[in-house]
Design a protein around this ligand. Structure first.
Ligand code: GUN
Ligand code: ZN
Length: 438
C-alpha cells in the first residue's frame, strides 16, 4: 500500500453512467470496497469478491489500514447554482425576485469590494458546502474580481473542484456594483487566464441576468465564451413573471428571454441557466438543440415565490437538468433538503420524483449537465475521489423510519425527506477526509 492509498469499506451507491432511468441504472453494493490513490478512485468492487482475490500477503497489507464506514457512501454532491456572497442575507423576509435583489442582495454583495472580508466569507462558505455533503459547486461571486480570487484561493487550499465567476453587471443596479462592458470583459479575461483549469478550478463567464447587462456587455461576454469554449457560462433565465416582462421591455426585438442570450452566443454546452420555470416552446427547442443546462432550484423557487418548475416537461425534452440550492434565495445548502422540496413541487403538479432520480440530479446528472462526469459525480475508477458518508442513525426519526424500510428506494426517500446536513458524517475531497461531524 502506498502512502496516499486509502481503502474504504461500507455500503456504496452511485450512478455509473448518464441515464434517463436512475431508478434502474444505479450501482448498489451492500458491502463494497472503494480504493483511492493520489486523489483518484482506483477501484470499486464488492468487498468479498475483492478480498477473495487477494493473497495472504496482500491481505496482511490491506486489512490493517482499511477504513470501515457504518453509513452509506455516495459521490460528493454537486451544487450547480449558488451565490457565495449571499450567505449573510439568506432568509430575508417578504419579497419576490426584483425587490429581493434591491433590498437585500445588492447591499450584501457590495461588501465584497474588501478582499479580507471576501477571503473570510469564501473560506466559511466552502467549509459549509463540505458540511452539507457538497464537494463541487458552480458559484456566483460578485462584480469585484477580488471576490473571485478569494473564492478560488480558498478552494485551491483544499484541492476542491470548484467553478466560479465574476458577476458582469453594468446597468440597473447600484453604482457601487457596476462594471462596464469594457472592464467586465477585461477583468473576466484576466480571471480566466489566472484560474481556469489551474488545479481543479474552472471558470464560469457570469453575466448576472439580461436586465443587469447592456447589449454591449452581453456581446463581450459572448466573445469571451467563443474565445474560451471550454469555460462555463452561468446566468439566470425565466425565473419570475415580472422579470420576464422587464426583459421583453429592455430587449423588444428579441423573440423571448432566451433569445437575448442566444443573440450574443451565450447558449451552448456548459452554459447553465438557473430556474427556467416559465419557458416558451421555442426556448425549450433552443436549449435542447444546444444541449445547454437547466438548473432547478427548489428551495429558492418556493422561498421567493417564483413558481413551480415543470421538471418532467424538461426531462421529456431531453434537456440536461440538475438540482441546485441557489442560496441565498434558496434556504438551505443541503441538497437533500432541496431534493425534498423538489419532491413537493412535483406533488403540487400531480407528479412523483423518485428519490434515486432526485439523488441522480445532484450527482451524476449534475456532472453530466456540466459535462464533467469523467471527473466527478460518480465513483467510477479513474474519476476524482470526492465522496461522502451518510449516517442514517444521526436523527432519531430518520433512524426509526429507515428501520422499517423494505427497499433501498424507501430508505432513500426517508433520507431525502427527513435528512439534511446532520446526516453528513464525513466528506472526502481529492481522497482526503476534509470534514468530520462532531
Ligand atoms: N436573478 C438575478 N440575480 C439573481 C440572484 O442573485 N438570485 C436569484 N435567485 N435570481 C437572480
Ligand atoms: Zn441564482
Amino acid at each position: 500500500m502506498t502512502m496516499t492509498q486509502s481503502i474504504h469499506r461500507g455500503e456504496i451507491l452511485h450512478f455509473p453512467a448518464t441515464t434517463s432511468n436512475p431508478e434502474q441504472n444505479h450501482e448498489y453494493l451492500q458491502d463494497g470496497i472503494l480504493i483511492t490513490e493520489n486523489g483518484l478512485i482506483t477501484a470499486l468492487a464488492d468487498a468479498q469478491t475483492f478480498l477473495n482475490s487477494l493473497s495472504e500477503q496482500e491481505l496482511s497489507h490491506v486489512l490493517p489500514g482499511m477504513i470501515h464506514h457504518k453509513g452509506l457512501l455516495i459521490p460528493g454532491m454537486i451544487d450547480s447554482h449558488v451565490h457565495y456572497p449571499q450567505m449573510e442575507m439568506i432568509a430575508s423576509y417578504g419579497t419576490q425576485l426584483l425587490d429581493w435583489l434591491n433590498e437585500y442582495t445588492f447591499p450584501a454583495e457590495a461588501k465584497f469590494c474588501n478582499s479580507e472580508y471576501a477571503a473570510k466569507q469564501a473560506k466559511q462558505f466552502i467549509e459549509q458546502l463540505f458540511a452539507h455533503g457538497t464537494t463541487t459547486a458552480s458559484v456566483f461571486a460578485t462584480v469585484h474580481p477580488e471576490s473571485v480570487n478569494a473564492f478560488f484561493s480558498a478552494a485551491e487550499a483544499c484541492q476542491a473542484r470548484m467553478i466560479c465567476g465574476k458577476v458582469m453587471m453594468d446597468r440597473n443596479c447600484p453604482d457601487n456594483l457596476k462594471d462596464t462592458a469594457e472592464s467586465g470583459y477585461a477583468q473576466t479575461r484576466q480571471l480566466i487566464e489566472q484560474w481556469h483549469k489551474q488545479g481543479r478550478s474552472l471558470y464560469a463567464i457570469t453575466p448576472r441576468f439580461a436586465p443587469t447587462s447592456s447589449p454591449e456587455q452581453l456581446k463581450k461576454a459572448g466573445q469571451l465564451a467563443k474565445q474560451h469554449p471550454d469555460t462555463f457560462i452561468q446566468t439566470h433565465l425565466s425565473e419570475n413573471i415580472q422579470e420576464i416582462e422587464w426583459v421583453k421591455s429592455l430587449y423588444p426585438e428579441s423573440p423571448d428571454y432566451l433569445g437575448v442570450y442566444e443573440k450574443y452566443d451565450l447558449v451552448r454546452e456548459r452554459a447553465l441557466f438557473g430556474h427556467c420555470i416559465h419557458l416558451e416552446s421555442r426556448e425549450y427547442q433552443v436549449l435542447k438543440r444546444e444541449q445547454a443546462g437547466i438548473i432547478f432550484c427548489p428551495t429558492s423557487n418556493l422561498f421567493i415565490g417564483s413558481g413551480l418548475f415543470p421538471y418532467f416537461d424538461v426531462k421529456d425534452k431531453n434537456i440536461p437538468v440538475a438540482i441546485a440550492s441557489d442560496v441565498g434565495a434558496g434556504t438551505s445548502l443541503s441538497l437533500l433538503t432541496n431534493q425534498a422540496e423538489a419532491y413537493k413541487i412535483l406533488q403540487l403538479q400531480k407528479q412523483n420524483l423518485n428519490p434515486l432520480e432526485a439523488l441522480y440530479l445532484c450527482t451524476q446528472g449534475a456532472a453530466d449537465t456540466m459535462r464533467l462526469s469523467d471527473k466527478i459525480g460518480n465513483l467510477n475508477p479513474g474519476t476524482e475521489a470526492d465522496f461522502v458518508e451518510l449516517d442514517f442513525s444521526a436523527l432519531p426519526m430518520l433512524s426509526q423510519r429507515t428501520k422499517q424500510a423494505k427497499s433501498l428506494t424507501e430508505k432513500l426517500f426517508a433520507l431525502m425527506i427527513l435528512g439534511d446536513d446532520r446526516v453528513i458524517r464525513r466528506t472526502y475531497v481529492h481522497g482526503q477526509c476534509i470534514y468530520t461531524r462532531e
